[in-house]
Every structure is written in structure tokens, then in C-alpha cells.
Design a protein around this ligand. Structure first.
Ligand SMILES: Cc1cc2nc3c(=O)[nH]c(=O)nc-3n(C[C@H](O)[C@H](O)[C@H](O)COP(=O)(O)OP(=O)(O)OC[C@H]3O[C@@H](n4cnc5c(N)ncnc54)[C@H](O)[C@@H]3O)c2cc1C
Ligand SMILES: Cc1cc2nc3c(=O)[nH]c(=O)nc-3n(C[C@H](O)[C@H](O)[C@H](O)COP(=O)(O)O)c2cc1C
Ligand code: SF4
Length: 648
């Protein structure tokens, strides 16, 4: 038994899970690695990503969805555990994690009705009951032979993992995949002994668990991920899940209680809880389950506050804390907690940019952790500069702050000039918005870090090319951001019109009825904020959907926030008058939307003229980063600031 940690005595205490001892109570949530190696093995990049997390001090790493089915059950690109080609990669992965004293598990999954023919050699998906998916794919009802086959596949996968050096296995019974499909009366419509009562619905899951146990033996721990509450109309609630868990618990050593899943947008928003839910919103489900069984229960979902984590364990609300996004953005969380270095812990923004990887690069990314996904590229580990340079950073937004901090840490002599009275740039708005609390925290945090360096921060200092020439730096980093785009709508200069980017300085001026022109992410979030302030808000968007250009997860988050806000798509603003905004929706007549205030949120555009002026200066090295290169998001600015400075 190790010493008790003085700062987080409960959170950092060990716990026994079956025969395995976990060194603390912090675990990585399963997140799929989107394996793409044609031979089925983990790529070096997968291993580097996981190894980095193990190095940060997490006790248990569970690799995300990995398929057990040999010819069915895949919903996308992921590791196939029963593929003989996967074995060496599994061994390497286990070895990488063990080098740092962490334990490793994997989420054994079968997508069931969510399987996609293109990932299953054209095989149609199968599930507890037949139906045609919204995409027109026929799902077939599983017969007993198919059930036995899948149960065997789970057992075979577990044995493979045990042999490959894994310490535990996870049985994925959550989030809408095959096992969950059997457990839920929403999807299990069978009238035979596998459907209907709780006792019938658990029959197939137990068949799988029996096979797993038979293959791995009594001493090998099995973890089970469940959806504690389906959180949608017609879905099961916590009382029903407690009933089936009572039957399943004797077959497993630990239960991970998640919530919701991918079967419905509302359920997805609760699975990786978005900013509009309170932190730790799903913990009560884990607590309810913990009270009804005698094995460890872990909780997961939107947890990012160290003190809250300690209290959850201390107050016996759960035995372990599982984190996905909180560890993506701060892999060193456990190690930093151990020395109470809270101020240097990145706190997840719950912005779900990391979810976008499914649709974009296909790999992990993070708004505030620029190194995530590039673990394998981080060959340059020391921060010593090749030559110490005199660096001038123009603009103190996220990009400029990150560039200045990183350059200073690399040993350069840095001056950061900001023309406004405070640092923060466009994200200063977050100080006024309660659901942006973690963005505001990030800003204060990086300001605190800057204050601890010898960076010369000059506020109220506007930089132009003459200033730069006088300053004579070796390096100029231009991070001057973007300006709001003002479309040529007649009447747009009406005094009722407030620029979205500036609206937080003018909150007291808002009347009751507000029209937001522009339904992108920023316009929609402004609408949510105004709704929360008691305004009656309408968003007008000329494209066919709001939050266009956002990833699915972010668009889904915005949808949750917008409940109670009227949105008009395919709608053009014709002109602004003293009475409001005249609009025309495709196929309809022009109408007046009465408004007391009008928020203009029609995008941002790089301050190109200023950039061009600054580029006239005589400087050996000049870089343009963030929104001043092209208006995008905070994560782009941070990443460019970081890598520009790292490469000086
Ligand atoms: C209302 C609003 C909400 C947003 N919400 C989100 C969000 O939820 N998530 C997200 O990822 N992104 C969001 N964004 C976008 C995000 O804020 C920007 O992408 C990000 O701030 C860009 O960082 P930056 O450092 O490149 O530029 P900026 O943040 O614009 O910073 C540029 C800085 O340069 C300073 N500056 C300008 N000219 C000079 C000069 N001549 N000399 C010295 N300093 C100068 C400016 O005063 C400013 O402080 C939002 C943007 C707005 C406007
Ligand atoms: C990028 C990403 C990938 C995920 N992949 C999986 C997965 O493969 N299997 C799974 O059960 N959950 C998956 N999840 C959900 C997480 O395991 C976790 O339950 C959820 O994000 C809530 O935890 P958090 O708020 O700490 O991120 C994923 C989440 C993210 C952010
Ligand atoms: S991208 Fe956003 S939600 Fe994802 S880990 Fe980073 S800060 Fe958290």
C-alpha cells in the first residue's frame, strides 16, 4: 500500500478490481482509434497516443470500440480483435501502457443493427429485431445460431486480449450497440425468450458474458460499460437499468456507468455532455447503480474539475472517475494532481472539437492541447532554442498568447503587444457567458502562465510596420485576428444593430425581441446566451441548416442549447428598419420580423490590410498565424501559435 496523497487522498488512492490493483481512481474512457492499417494492426501513431496517456499517470486505459465480429458488427474503421493480424499490435500496445505502471483494457464491441455493409463485406446488419434503418438498410433479426456465433466471438476476443497481455477486458453493453440493443425495449421487440421481460432481454448478454468468463477464467477482471439511463422518451430509465444490472453484475468485476449513446441526438449530447449540461451531470446514475451492487462502479461524462472528482470518490458516489476529453486535453492530469499543480492543468472546454475527427482528419485533435495527435512527431523534446532570438508577437489573442508563451519556454526573448487594455482577443467574450466558463478559465490560466515568464507584455500597444522596424526583432509573429464581416444589407447601420463579436460589451442595451442575423456557431451561441438572459430570440440563416460548417457533435450541442429559440433557415435578410428586419424565406412572401435589437453575426474576416502593412517591416523571419491568416477557431490559432514558436 503506497502513501496517501496529501492533496487528493481519495482520488489518488488505489483500488482493487477483481485480481487487479489500479494505482488510482482515474481511468481513460474508451475512445476509438479509427485504426486504418490495412493489415489490421495498431499503427505506431495509435500506440504513441495511448503511451502518452499512460505516461501522464492514469490508472486504467480502455482502448475504444474494437470489433469482435469476424464477418459482421463493424460500423466503421476500427481494430478487429479476432483478426490474427491484430495480435502483435495488441501486444505492443499492452507493453507500451505497462511501461508506465498503468493497466490496459479494451472495449469489445459489436455494432449490431448499426453495422454498415461497406465495413462488413456487404453483409446486412443484424440486431435483436428486424427493421429498415433511416438510410434504407435492412436489419435482420438474429437467430439463435447467430447469437451463439457472436457470443463465441466475444469469448475468443477476450482470450486473445488476455494472451496479448491485457489486464482487463470491457464488455460494451452501452451507447446503442448490439448488447444495448438487446437490453433496451426500444430496440428489442422480440417475442421469444430473448425479448420482453428484463429476464429475457438479458439472456443474450449473459450468453456472451458466460463465453468471455469461460475463456479468460475466474481471476481475470471483466469490466462492463452500460448506459445507465437512455435519457430519451420511450427509453429505459435508471430504475430499469438497475434491474438488469442486478442480473449482469455477478458475471463482471466492475461496471462503467455511462449515459445516452449514439442512438438519438439528445442521447449523444448526454453521452459526451455538452456545455449546456452541468459538469458531472451523469454521476447520479452511477451512484444509483453503486448503491444496488457490490462491485466497483465508475462514472463518466463531462467531468473536468479536480475538486469535484475528489468529492465524488470521497462521498462514495462512484469508485472511479472515467474521463475521455479531460485526458485528451490534459494527459498529465493524474501526475499534476499528485503534486497539486492545479493551475497548470488544461481544463476541457467540452467544445467537442475532438469529435470532429470522425468527419475531418480522422485523428484526435483538441482546441487547447496542440500536441494531441502528434505524439509520434514530438521528437524535439527539449525546449532549448537552437539560437535565442528576439521575438515580437503582435496581438494577444489565443494565438499570440500561445506563441509568446511557447517561444519564451523555448528560451527566446519575447515581447507581446496587444492594442486593447487586456489580453484574450476574440475570446474575451467568454467572461460574460456562463456556458463558456472553461474558455474564460483557459484565458485566465494562460495569462497567469505568461505572468510567470519574463515575457514583456505591452497592453494598449498597437503595432504597425514602423513600430516593428523600430523594435528590430529577429522574428515577427503576426496574430492580429479578424474583423466582423458586415454584409451590404440596406439599413445595416441602424442603431439597433449590434455586432455579435462586440455584443458582450453592450448587453444592457438589448431589448426583449432580438433577431440574430447569421446562424453559424457564433450566431447560434449568441442566441442561446440572449435566450438565457430572458430575450425572445429568432435566428435568421440563409443556408438550409444552422451551425453549417460545424462538426456533427458541435451542431448537436448547439441544437440542445437552442431549445426555445426560433430558427429560420433558407431565409434572407432584405433590409433592416427601425421596426425590425424584413426577411424572405425561400418559397414564402417577404415579412417583417419585429425586433428591439439585432445582432449581426455573419462571420469574420482576417485583418488582411494590417497583416500586409506588418509584412512591410524589415524582419528576418515573419509568420502569420490564427485568425489573421484566415478567420477560423480558437484551436487553429493555438496550434499555429504553438508550432510556429516551437520551430523558431
Ligand atoms: C463572439 C465570438 C465567439 C467565438 N466563439 C468561439 C468558440 O466558441 N470556439 C472557438 O474555437 N472559437 C470561437 N471564436 C473564434 C475564436 O475566438 C478565434 O478563432 C480566436 O480568438 C482567434 O485567435 P487569434 O489569436 O488568431 O485572434 P484574436 O483572438 O482575434 O486576437 C487578435 C488580437 O490582436 C489584437 N490586435 C489587433 N490589431 C493589433 C495591432 N495592430 N497591434 C497589436 N494588437 C492587435 C486584437 O486586439 C486581439 O486581441 C469566436 C469568435 C467570436 C468573435
Ligand atoms: C473522440 C471520442 C471518441 C469516443 N469513442 C468512444 C468509443 O469508441 N466507445 C465508447 O463507448 N465511447 C466513446 N466515446 C465516449 C467517451 O468514452 C465518453 O464516454 C464520453 O466522451 C464522456 O466522457 P468525457 O466527458 O470525459 O469525454 C468517445 C468520445 C470521444 C470524445
Ligand atoms: S477538443 Fe474541446 S472537448 Fe475535446 S478534449 Fe479538447 S477542449 Fe475538450
Amino acid at each position: 500500500m503506497g502513501c496517501m496523497n496529501p492533496y487528493f487522498p481519495n482520488l489518488l488512492s488505489p483500488i482493487q478490481v477483481g485480481s487487479v490493483t489500479l494505482k488510482n481512481r482515474i481511468c481513460l474512457a474508451p475512445m476509438n482509434l479509427l485504426e486504418r492499417d490495412p493489415n489490421g494492426v495498431f499503427k505506431a501513431r495509435d500506440i504513441a497516443f495511448i503511451e502518452r496517456l499512460a505516461r501522464g499517470g492514469v490508472a486504467l486505459i480502455t482502448i475504444g470500440e474494437s470489433y469482435v465480429g469476424r464477418k459482421n458488427g463493424a460500423a466503421g474503421l476500427a481494430l478487429h480483435i479476432n483478426d490474427p493480424g491484430a495480435y502483435n499490435g495488441l501486444c505492443d500496445m499492452a507493453d507500451a501502457v505497462h511501461r508506465y505502471g498503468a493497466k490496459i483494457s479494451i472495449e469489445m464491441s459489436h455494432a449490431g443493427a448499426f453495422s454498415r455493409p461497406e465495413y462488413n463485406s456487404g453483409e446486412l446488419p443484424m440486431g435483436p429485431s428486424a427493421y429498415v434503418t433511416p438510410l434504407g438498410v435492412q436489419v435482420t433479426e438474429m437467430n439463435e445460431e447467430q447469437m451463439e456465433e457472436v457470443a463465441n466471438e466475444f469469448g475468443d476476443a477476450a482470450l486473445t486480449l488476455k494472451n496479448a497481455g491485457f489486464d482487463l477486458v470491457m464488455f460494451h453493453a452501452a451507447h446503442g450497440w448490439l448488447i444495448h440493443q438487446f437490453l433496451s425495449p426500444r430496440t428489442n421487440k422480440r417475442t421469444d425468450k430473448y425479448g420482453g421481460s428484463v429476464e429475457n432481454r438479458i439472456r443474450f448478454p449473459i450468453m456472451c458474458l458466460e463465453n468471455i468468463r469461460k475463456n479468460v477464467g475466474k481471476a481475470f477482471p471483466i469490466d462492463m460499460r452500460i448506459t445507465g439511463d437512455e435519457v430519451i422518451e420511450g427509453g429505459y430509465g435508471i430504475d430499469e437499468s438497475k434491474k438488469f444490472i442486478k442480473y449482469l453484475a455477478p458475471y463482471v468485476d466492475m461496471i462503467q456507468c455511462s449515459t445516452g449513446g449514439i442512438y438519438h441526438p439528445d442521447a449523444a449530447a448526454r453521452m459526451s455532455p455538452v456545455v449546456f449540461y452541468e459538469k458531472g451531470c451523469n454521476v447520479p446514475f452511477a451512484t444509483a447503480i453503486k448503491e444496488s451492487i457490490n462491485i466497483p462502479v465508475s462514472c463518466v461524462g463531462g467531468i473536468n474539475e479536480p475538486l469535484q472528482m475528489e468529492e465524488i470518490i470521497r462521498d462514495n458516489r462512484a469508485d472511479l472517475i472515467v474521463m475521455g476529453r479531460g485526458l485528451i486535453c490534459e494527459p498529465d492530469l493524474p501526475k499534476k494532481l499528485a503534486v497539486n499543480d492545479i493551475e497548470n492543468i488544461n481544463r476541457c472546454l467540452r467544445c467537442n472539437e475532438c469529435h470532429n475527427r470522425f468527419f475531418a482528419q480522422g485523428w484526435f485533435t483538441c482546441t487547447i492541447n496542440p500536441t494531441v495527435g502528434h505524439e509520434i512527431d514530438h521528437v524535439r523534446t527539449d525546449n532549448t532554442p537552437r539560437v535565442a532570438k528576439k521575438v515580437l508577437v503582435a496581438g494577444g489573442g489565443p494565438g499570440g498568447m500561445m506563441a509568446a508563451l511557447t517561444a519564451a519556454r523555448c528560451g527566446h526573448e519575447v515581447t507581446l503587444c496587444e492594442k486593447e487594455t487586456a489580453l484574450g482577443g476574440a475570446i474575451r467574450f467568454s467572461d460574460h457567458v456562463d456556458f463558456k466558463i472553461d474558455m474564460a478559465y483557459w484565458r485566465r490560466q494562460i495569462e497567469g502562465k505568461l505572468a510567470k515568464t519574463n515575457i514583456n507584455v505591452l497592453l494598449n500597444t498597437s503595432v504597425n510596420h514602423e513600430y516593428v522596424n523600430n523594435f528590430a526583432p529577429d522574428v515577427l509573429i503576426i496574430a492580429v485576428g479578424a474583423d466582423p464581416v458586415i454584409p451590404p444589407i440596406p439599413g445595416i447601420d441602424n442603431s439597433k444593430v449590434i455586432l455579435g463579436a462586440k455584443m458582450h460589451d453592450r448587453c444592457l442595451e438589448f431589448g426583449k425581441d432580438v433577431i440574430v442575423i447569421g446562424g453559424g456557431m457564433v450566431g447560434c451561441e449568441s442566441a442561446v446566451e440572449l435566450k438565457n438572459r430572458g430575450c425572445s430570440v429568432t435566428v435568421v440563416e440563409m443556408l438550409p441548416r444552422i451551425a453549417n460548417g460545424c462538426g456533427e457533435a458541435q451542431a448537436n450541442s448547439i441544437r440542445v442549447g437552442l431549445l426555445g429559440v426560433k430558427t429560420l433557415v433558407n431565409t434572407r435578410c432584405l433590409r433592416v428598419t427601425n421596426k425590425g428586419v424584413r426577411v424572405k424565406t425561400d418559397g414564402h412572401d417577404e415579412i417583417l420580423l419585429p425586433a428591439d435589437s439585432i445582432v449581426l453575426s455573419t462571420g469574420m474576416s482576417a485583418r488582411s490590410k494590417l497583416v500586409e502593412d506588418l509584412q512591410q517591416a524589415h524582419v528576418p523571419e515573419t509568420y502569420v498565424i490564427g485568425d489573421s491568416m484566415a478567420a477560423r477557431k480558437m484551436g487553429n490559432a493555438i496550434k499555429e501559435g504553438y508550432y510556429t514558436a516551437m520551430n523558431l
